[in-house]
Write a protein that binds this ligand. Sequence first.
Ligand code: SF4
Length: 472
Amino acid sequence: MQVDLRTDPAELGNKIPEPSRLRELIHRYSGPGPRYTSYPTVPEWSAEFGPEDYRRALAACDARSVSLYVHVPFCERLCSFCACNRMITQDHEIAGPFLDRIEREVAQVADALGSERAQVQLAIGGGSPNFLRTHELDRLIRIVDARFPPEADAERSIELDPRRTQEEQLELLMARGFNRVSFGVQDLDEKVQQAINRHSRPERLAALMDRARKLGAKGINFDLIYGLPEQNVASFQETLRKVLELRPDRIALYGYAHVTWISKAQRSFEKKDLPTPDLRLAIFAAAIERLCGEGYRYLGMDHFALPEDSLAIAADEERLTRNFMGYTVATGDALLAFGPSGISELDREYAQSEKDPEAWAERIDQGGLPIVRGLTLSDDDVERRWLIRKLLCAGRISDDDFAKTFGVALRERIPGLDRELGGFVADGLLEADDGGYRVTPAGRLFLRPLAMTFDAYLKTSEDAPRRYSATV
Ligand code: SF4
């Protein structure tokens, strides 16, 4: 198998390795590691960072524009593979009090900022945001927009569970300026769906796609998962065949993370129910080949996009950025999160809210901000965060850019850089580039292990890697 990870003709000479070599590389680099939606990663944050630290950071925040995230934690049924922060309930009456609290949380944060900031990005995730009924979704959007007015070209996205998406929900979202929709598809094989307790029909998905597109949605994303119980290469290829008929603009192909210390639900799977590491790898490799063969571009960190999609264009133009929502084009100067488990990012601070929905509600009811951990970044953290982001988003790190940004030479800051990256260069995953390094198309599969090279905390904490899922 020889696959172009990018369909750009300029890259045609750059192939990912033959299967046996690819297998060897994956075995070498697939140990546990962070996904780097933040640096330093959450386990390094401190419970000593609390509401007053966040309030002070908000008061000092000079961000002109903001990205916003709202976490809606409710789901009606438990999918047994799920490791998300969610609350299973069939009681829809909890939505009203939840929205009351979101309104109070938004008001507290906006008041702490002290002046109006423009909304350039809004993402609603969960859980299942469309657990909320149409009028409740409408109220949620109005609550946020009232304090953070959206720019005309704001990127507004929502995660939707296709099993319970109503056409009127789509109509409302598009009328309220939403332009991105992400459907949680995961797998369309019946045996797999049975095993993960999540049943969705391709016909339903097709109807929703059609409606969303007619209403003007762009950048429609499907989430898929490989490595689930009952999956094999043929079954997942059949799922991909059905997905490709609908041709979503973006596909996020995540590896199932077996993290039973986080998710009790996953304890229903025995090890023997899961694909062996070799089969998991075969499913993954065949999926990459299929998606790239069908014209999708591999952006890295599990994300594929059609070449004409704004994410792929931004990747070409080195405008791609990354925050807690994953890869994005539009990102504000600060990220403000609302709802249980929400993570906010200011210039030099991270702050996370109480994860448990009831504990989060209690904190709001007491009149405070629900922050339970966070971090103020050191200069070293800021520089390494910059390097990791450059690697994940632009696929390169430049000596010059680093020196211009921080006023110090890259190798002065990280003296062992060339030695530490030498193995990746020898394996064809990185190449020297104008005093820095550029990720090769093959290296895009190994962005997480590459980024780990810059993680100072992994080097000082022996058990740190074990907190994470497999990197490939
Ligand atoms: S996978 Fe999604 S819909 Fe299923 S329980 Fe988890 S958050 Fe809810």
